[in-house]
Design a protein around this ligand. Sequence first.
Ligand code: R5P
Length: 304
Amino acid sequence: MIIGGSASQDLAAHVARELGEELCYVETRKFPDGERYLRISGELEDEVTVIQSTGYPQDENLMELLFIIANLKDLGVKKVKAVVPYMGYARQEKRFNPGETVSAKIICDLIQSAGADEFITFNIHEECVLNFFDIPARNISAMPAIAEYLSKKLSRQGKDNPLVIAPDKGAYGFAQEMSAIIGCDCTYLTKVRLGPDKVETKIVDVRCDSESENTVNVDSVKGMNAIIIDDIIATGGTIVNAINILKQYGASSVDVCCVHPILTNNGATRIYAAGADKIIGTNSLSSDTSRVSLAKAIADALRE
Ligand code: R5P
C-alpha cells in the first residue's frame, strides 16, 4: 500500500501503478491559525510506504511526512517505509562553522522517532547523512533513469558526440556513472563556492583524473554536445558558470541534467538565458523541468 504526501502525489500514484498496489488517500488542510490537519482514509495494510519529498516549503512538507508516519504507526501499521526522493536539509550534515545546527541529523532523528522502519532517498548530497539513522537507509541513484531519457533524446536529435561534464569535482561520480551508461567520455570543471548564491568556475581542470582511462582536455570540448550533470540545481549559479565556460570553449550544445531541480531565484530562466538547450530534472521535486520519472526506480527498490 502506497501513500503520497502532498509534495509527491503524482509520483506516489505512478509508483502504486508500477507495483499494482493500492494508493491510499491523505486529506490535508490547514486550520485558520495555520496548523495542519491530516487524515488518512481507508483500510490500512500491515506494511505501508509513504512517499513525500521535503523540498520547499521544507518545514511544512517535513511536518506532513512526520504526521503521516506517526499516524500510520498509531493506526496499527506494523511497517512504514519512508521514501523521501528529495531530502531537504541534507546539505548541512556537519557543523561547518561553530554553533551551527547539524540540520541533517535532526531530520533523520525526527523521521526515525516518528516511527519509520526503513528510509529510501535519491542521490543524497552527502551519503554520510544516512549514518544518522539506526533503521535501514538506502541512497538510490537516479543516473540510470536520467541516462535512459538522455540517450533517447540524443539519438532522436542525431547528436552522436556527447561529453558528460560535472560542474564540480563533487559531481564527478555522477558524470562517470552517466557516461558509462551512455557510452561516452566524461570530465569535470573546478568550482569554488564564494557564498550561498555565488560560485566561481574554472576550465583549467577540464580533464579527468590522470589515473582515469578517459582523458579529456580543454580542446575536447569544441564541437561536443555537452551534458552537464549535478545532483542539485538550486540557484543555478553553478550551472550558469559551467554553461558559459563550455560555450566559450566551443561546445555546440549544452543540455543540463540534475536529480533534484530546486531551481530557486529564477534559476531555470537564468540557465536557459545562458544557452542551455534543455534542463532535465527528475520528479523528486515537481517543476517544469521534471521530465524523468523516478517511479520505476522506487518500485524496483520497494520490490527488493
Ligand atoms: C553542491 O555542491 C551541489 O552539488 C550543487 O552543485 C549546488 O547545490 C548547486 O547550487 P546552485 O545551483 O545554487 O549553484
